[in-house]
Design a binder for this molecule. Structure first.
Ligand code: ZN
Length: 128
């Protein structure tokens, strides 16, 4: 039995986040980053009061929050935990302190191409 003040929210997230994970799993890192940016910028997260206590924007807020949790669970090293419920890249992983693989191993950005260098002689007598 959950001790969270809104057990229906937790039950709904426990059903929805894994479904979203299945939909999003395997997408390229850039696409995941765009999805996270879009979800974080959506107005749905502005209505967290409706999400927690009920209100007209509850569905919109729930959709945005579930998408943020799903994307973060698949991209953040160690997954994400909300109100004691943990999601990560390993299905059925019970704990945030379990051994986790880095979902997107860091790779250094490509080095820029060297710029052409040309020597330009200074005019005689103007150098001080
Ligand atoms: Zn985990």
């Amino acid at each position: 039995m959950s001790t969270h003040p809104n057990p229906l929210l937790l039950d709904s997230l426990q059903l929805t986040v894994p479904l979203l994970q299945q939909k999003l799993r395997g997408l390229p890192e850039d696409t995941m980053r765009q999805l996270l940016d879009r979800a974080l910028a959506s107005r749905g997260l502005d209505y967290a009061d409706d999400l927690m206590f009920g209100g007209g924007r509850c569905g919109e807020s729930f959709a945005a929050f579930a998408e943020v949790l799903a994307v973060m669970s698949l991209t953040a090293w160690g997954g994400v935990t909300f109100a004691g419920v943990h999601w990560c890249t390993t299905p059925g992983c019970p704990r945030v302190d379990a051994g986790h693989e880095q979902p997107y191993p860091w790779s250094p950005p490509p080095k820029p191409a060297p710029r052409p260098v040309a020597d330009m002689p200074l005019p005689a007598g103007e150098v001080s």
